[in-house]
Design a protein around this ligand. Structure first.
Ligand SMILES: [Zn+2]
Ligand SMILES: [Zn+2]
Length: 79
């Protein structure tokens, strides 16, 4: 039984000397060695001390962004 052409791949050949997975990659990307890079969503945490929440604005979480804005501006803009 033939094995996939790709190094370290021991799956049986499906087409063009490649296994199903690598053949699929060949069709999709034109290169069986291409692995679609995983998109890692970059998550920054709140810059506030001891706050582990995810930052949503200016490096702060929603709550601390609000507090930080109040501290910076002295008052909150309600308009
Ligand atoms: Zn393979
Ligand atoms: Zn926070």
């Amino acid at each position: 039984m033939n094995h996939c052409l790709i190094e370290n791949c021991t799956k049986p050949v499906k087409a063009k000397n490649l296994c199903a997975m690598h053949h699929q990659r060949l069709l999709r990307h034109g290169d069986p060695n291409i692995v679609r890079p995983k998109r890692v969503k970059k998550m920054t945490s709140c810059a506030w001390i001891n706050c582990g929440k995810a930052a949503m604005a200016k490096g702060y979480c929603s709550k601390h962004y609000y507090i930080q804005r109040v501290l910076t501006n002295g008052k909150v803009d309600v308009t």
